[in-house]
Write a protein that binds this ligand. Structure first.
Ligand code: 13P
Length: 303
């Protein structure tokens, strides 16, 4: 059975990446896992709170149950994505019970997102979750800086975000954060944006994002822990490859596979098989063409 902390550590050492695929609809679990196994790859299956609140994944327990039907212990891991302390609608979330439910349901790593708090608040919340995760023997991811895109308010044009470095993770803060929060992996804001989740925007194509590679290198050197890239869909491919070499060891991919599912489903539940096939094809494409990580199972564990 894979262990999340070990898999991400190995990815960093080998200059490769563990992708984490989001599950906004339960029937996506099966084709995602099938593609990962067929490509001899390694990946996390993950769900964020917003996906059971605003999409169709029902609950973290429902995803865990679906995962257990199809999981392959040599290729897959189960991760809890964004549990926000303040959510995308600026509402406070009672986050500890969610983390505890995930641990009970068998998630192998968890993320706490306290990035809408100030630095001290973020450290405090992360420490609390990291301590619960570590007591259960699993790693904790957290976020520092603002990876934009989930907000329901007006969107800032992408070029403005990149040019002004709006929300980018601060180097000095990152050093302090990692030292004091006890997190295992850090999600950083370095140019990527999340695909929109607001109902009126979620079908839009994402603008192509770029990454500040020098900033990733500096963050990696300053923190010395694996970095996580959120908003993995629709990033310039060259930037992704450079970003991985610079210290990104986990990448989240959501919109790309969700939109493939939704457009093949065409609002008709009878089309689930076609939608699953579209997800399978898209995950194969992400593995071979976008991330170039076919055969990571052999590279990380048998090579
Ligand atoms: P995308 O939907 O932009 O791929 O981002 C996914 C993500 O970062 C989930 O945490």
């Amino acid at each position: 059975m894979l262990e999340a902390k070990d898999a991400v550590k190995r990815a960093k050492e080998h200059g490769t990446v563990i992708p984490a695929y989001n599950i906004p609809y339960l029937p996506m679990v099966k084709p995602v896992i099938q593609a990962v196994v067929d490509m001899n790859s390694i990946a996390m299956i993950q769900v964020a709170r917003v996906e059971w609140e605003k999409f169709g994944s029902q609950s973290l327990e429902a995803v865990a149950e679906e995962y257990k039907k199809y999981m392959d212990p040599k290729h897959t891991l189960l991760h809890l994505d964004h549990v926000p302390v303040i959510d995308e609608d600026m509402k406070e979330v009672d986050y500890m019970p969610i983390i505890e439910r995930a641990i009970k349901a068998g998630f192998q790593s968890v993320m706490i997102d306290a990035s809408r708090l100030d630095l001290e608040g973020n450290i405090k919340a992360t420490k609390q979750v990291a301590s619960a995760a570590h007591a259960a023997g699993i790693p904790c991811e957290s976020e520092l800086g603002a990876v934009m895109g989930h907000e329901s308010g007006p969107r800032i044009p992408y070029e403005e975000i990149f040019a002004t470095k709006k929300g980018f993770t601060d180097l000095e803060e990152a050093k302090k954060f990692v030292k004091e929060s006890d997190c295992d992996w850090l999600s950083v804001a370095v140019g990527s944006i999340h695909g929109a989740v607001a109902e009126n925007l979620r079908n839009q194509k994402k603008p192509e994002a770029r990454l500040d590679i020098d900033h990733i290198k500096a963050l990696s050197a300053a923190t010395n822990i694996p970095l996580v890239l959120h908003g993995g869909s629709g990033i310039n491919k060259e930037c992704i490859r450079e970003g991985i070499k610079a210290g990104i060891a986990k990448i989240n991919v959501g919109t790309e596979i969700r939109q493939a599912y939704e457009s093949a489903l065409l609002g008709d539940e009878k089309n689930v098989e076609a939608a699953q096939k579209a997800v399978y094809d898209k995950v194969c494409e992400v593995i071979t063409d976008m991330l170039c990580i076919k055969d990571t199972r052999s590279l990380l564990y048998e090579g």
